[in-house]
Design a protein around this ligand. Structure first.
Ligand code: ZN
Length: 203
């Protein structure tokens, strides 16, 4: 093996063209730095679901965007994720419905009866067995609005807030609580009036 490696090195050296020009440092794509090209080279060409890009174009607050990015990437600290990280909890089940069902992203935001009732506020009926990120196209088509992504993110945030209030503050899960969270959280002021008008129409 060592002999073969030496042969390969010899070949590489003999193939190398040596010029008299002065050496210069430059990026593999050219002279000027480009953060997007550097990112592509360092991160490879991983395929992302198209809905990941929808997040960054919404008028939502940065904390809501980051939260939903974690949802789509299945990185949100649900009890399922905590179990996968070997964190001990007395129960890994969903607290919103009381069923013996593990709290996964799919259950908490889509399949739980509590989540389904929250989506009803936006006149959306979540089908069985759908999951992120594939469900995003269904939700977009169901909402039929330029604000579809803001509504999806804020409703998911409202469900997450109800879940956290139950676990950390002992509040009984309530769809009205989610509804008030949804209406209280604002998109950026430039869009808030149009967003409110649209919400008024659908709910
Ligand atoms: Zn549940």
């Amino acid at each position: 093996m060592a002999y073969n490696q030496l042969q390969a090195l010899n070949q590489t050296v003999s193939d190398t063209h040596i010029s008299e020009d002065k050496d210069i440092w430059q990026y593999s794509w050219g002279k000027n730095f480009s953060s997007s090209r550097a990112y592509k080279i360092m991160m490879g060409h991983t395929q992302h679901h198209t809905s990941i890009q929808w997040i960054w174009k919404t008028p939502c607050q940065p904390k809501h965007k980051l939260f939903f990015w974690l949802v789509l990437k299945d990185r949100l600290s649900t009890r399922n994720i905590l179990r996968r990280r070997n964190m001990f909890l007395p129960s890994y089940n969903c607290v919103l419905c009381g069923l013996e069902t593990e709290e996964t992203v799919q259950h908490l935001f889509l399949q739980c009866q509590f989540a389904k009732e929250c989506w009803h506020i936006l006149q959306i009926h979540i089908p069985s067995d759908v999951d992120f990120p594939e469900v995003m196209h269904f939700l977009r088509d169901a909402l039929q609005s330029q604000f579809y992504m803001a509504a999806i993110i804020l409703m998911s945030w409202a469900i997450w807030t109800s879940r956290s209030a139950c676990i950390f503050n002992g509040l009984v899960p309530s769809v009205d609580y989610s509804r008030s969270t949804f209406y209280r959280d604002r998109v950026s002021t430039r869009h808030s009036q149009l967003f409110d008008q649209w919400l008024h129409l659908i709910s």
